[in-house]
Structures are given as structure tokens and as C-alpha cells.
Design a protein around this ligand. Sequence first.
Ligand SMILES: [Zn+2]
Length: 495
Amino acid sequence: MKTITISRRTAISFAAATCFSGVIGARETSSFLDLDQTTRVVAPLNPVARKLLIRGATIISMDENVGNLAKGDILIADGTIVAIGVNLNSNGAEVIDAAEMIAIPGMVDTHRHCWEGQLRRINPNAASLEDYSNATHLSFAKYYRPQDIYVGNMVSALGCIDVGITTVIDNSHNSRSAAHSDAAVEALLDAGIRAVHAPGAPGAGDWDKAHWPGNLARLKSKYLTNRPEGLLTLGVMDGFPKLETDQWAVARELGAVIVTEFIGGDLASQLEGLHRKGLLRSDNIFNHCTDLPESAWKILREAGVRVSVTPRSDAHYGIEDGLNAWKAALEHGIRPGLSVDNETSYSGDMFMEMRVAFYQRRVQGKPGNAEMVASTNASRLLQAATIDGAACAGLDRRTGSLTPGKQADIVLIRTTDLNLYPANNVIGTVVHAAERSNVDTVIIGGRLRKRGGVLLGVDQAKLRSAIDESRAYLFKAAGYQPEPFSESFKPIANK
Ligand SMILES: [Zn+2]
């Protein structure tokens, strides 16, 4: 196996790009919870390591040119992967011993409503989108303060990192004021996750209407112009079920992606008109895409629309026929990302999304489609959770595979743990057996965020007390009496 390295010219252009976008260097954490330093739940991020060497890992690169290595090294400089090979010279780098570990690219969650973090599993048996909304938009969302958005986004972002998700598209559809949007962004930045933050107007209650549609330009100027953060990019979340194409135009002027909750039965009929007007483009990201007719898939493919499929969400809430669109998208030449969507009903990890997608597609292929059964394999699923997700987020030039020249977004999975040992098949171990407890190390943009199984710089006790305060306030404000053993979430009377 030859060593694959980044060319000098690429290295220089990457270094220039990352410097411009401010990846390198520490950042003060924000003070959304309290001005008192002692209440901050995360420490200011460590500077990106100048040089890191991951030594002796089993490497799944998700890059055809790099391939898989039974034992190899990954050299990182100033946040960028510069070489992958065998017995690389450490040359003064900090060395991470990764013997008995599997290195994979950081996973990408292409659709998560991060603001709901403190409402985790509040409605585990929700059987419809309306029922989901009962415990979110129609109740607690209306009372969210900026600090509640901060807490929700923080716990979601840290939860992502903890389980090996290094990039998330934050579908932030509860942006009630400029301060709410700022709180969401600041939590993502403080957590140190790579994120596409896509704010959207709330679904219920009163909010600062004057704040839209100017919010996006304001956010861009505040966080990405002159004071750029390399881990952050911007999008906008469309209204549901009505598409807001005037908002699309605003996003396009600013170079932001457009995220739409695209439920086939409700919205497919609009595609032809939108396509004729040239409004569907490769900066559209459509979530769900359930039950789309043939003609709709043809349009999405022609227009280059990106797709995020939601294996658990579609089945859990019975969206259309409950079948996620992974199979349909692949059949129509689109490689979608996978997404968690909501933690209000289930866990926040991509391992489960991969498995649910696997089993569903296997079942769909069972009646005589041996090719589909065979092609539904662990490798294909990991591709969906990494490089295809990065493409869906528009970030595949920067992340999604272990490739010299890309940002160092890397997860190390410990195979000596009781549930994984022995790792007879490497990709099978990751996709079909690994879980949060096996995620030993997480690196984002060359910055260590988890090491030895521990999230770095996070005060867990303070984080929990911030969550408790937010939860107590939201429950009281919405008039909700906690029912920890309840089988259902009773709608809260409108106050
Ligand atoms: Zn969603």
C-alpha cells in the first residue's frame, strides 16, 4: 500500500482556505446561560493541533483512491489530513496510538432538529407528525427562550460528537427572534461540531415576525463575514407544508442551502411547476421524500436536488407508507444522506439509522430481488452515513472520507471492547455492532473533541443542571405535568 499524500500546492491552498475560514485557533465560549464563567458547560475549544499522527489504525477511508488499510497511519497538520499510509514518520507530531481501533470518517447527520435536545424521548410512541408536533411545536416550542435554544442545540451537538457524528445539518425551525438564532449558532460553535445551520420560522405561537426574512443576511454578516468560523455554514429551513420560494431567493443571494421537509403526498404535485421555473437546483436539500412518484424522482435527479432520508422517523411517525426513500433514491441515481430527525422519540445515533435502513431495504428486496438484497451491505450503509451525507450537506470537498487534502474529521472505534471483540469483519463491526460506548476518539477539523471515550472540555454536571433548568421552565410555561411512564403524550390545551 503506497502512502497517499496531499500535493504541496493543494496543501497550500487548503491551508489558505482554512486560515481564511478561521478553523485554527481558540474561541471564547458564549454566555447564553449566564455571564458567570462558572456556569459555562463547555470550556473554550482547544486550538487545532499543529500535527497529529494516528498510528496503527485499521482504516476505512471511504475514498476509492485511498482504499482500506489493515494497519495504517493518518497524518494531520493544521486540521487537514496530509498523508495516509504505513509507517509514516511522526516528525514531531502528537501520536495517537490506534492499535486495535478502526478509523472511519466522521459521520454526517443530514437533518436534525437540534433545538429539541432537552425534550429527548418525551413522546416515544408518537405515531404521527401531528403527535410529534404535540410535544414540540404546539406546546413547548412557543415558550422557548434563547437560552433554551442554546441548551437544546448544545446537548444535541455534544450528543452527536459523543457518538461519532462530526457534521450535522441543524434544521432549526423554532427561530423566534434574532437572539434565538444567535443562541442556536453559538451552541454549535461552542460545541465544536461542523454544522450547516438552517434556521426556519416557528410553526406555532407568537414570534418576532420582523426577524424574517432578514435573519439569514444578519447571521451571515455576524458569523461568516470578517469573523468567519470554518466549521459553520448557513442554510434556511423552508416552511411546511407551504413552500416559501421568496425565502429560497433570499437564501440563494446569500449562497445558503435550502432545506425542505418534503413529504411526497403533500408536495410532489408542485415539483413540475417549480422545475419549469428553474427553481429546483443543487442547493435544495429535500428531507424524507417519501412515496414520490416516478416523475418526481426524475425531476429531482434532473435538477440535482439533494436528498436526506430518515429511516427511523418515516417508520416511527408513519410518514406516508412509512418506507424511507433510500431504496427509491438509489434506484433513481441519487445517493442520499441519512438523518436522525428527532430525538423526541428515539436515540440520536447514526448506527441505528444505518441498521434500520439496511433491514428495511433487505425486506423490500426480499420478493425476488436478489440483486437488491446483495447490494444492501454494510459498506453501502457506511457510505450513506459518511461520504453521501457529506455530499448532501454540500461539504464533500471538505469532509465525509479520509482523504489527503480534506479536513480531519475522524472517528476511532475501539475494537477491544467486549461487544466488538474480535472484529472479524471490519465494516460489519462498525455498521452492525458498534455503539456510542465504542467511540473512543473524535476529531473535528483536526481538533480533538473526544479522547479515551470522554468528551473533552464538557462539564457534565453543569450541562445537566442547565438542561434541568431549561426543562423545568418549559414544562411549567407550557403547563405540562411530567408523566415518565406514560404510553402517550396528551396534547396540552392551548394557553
Ligand atoms: Zn424533520
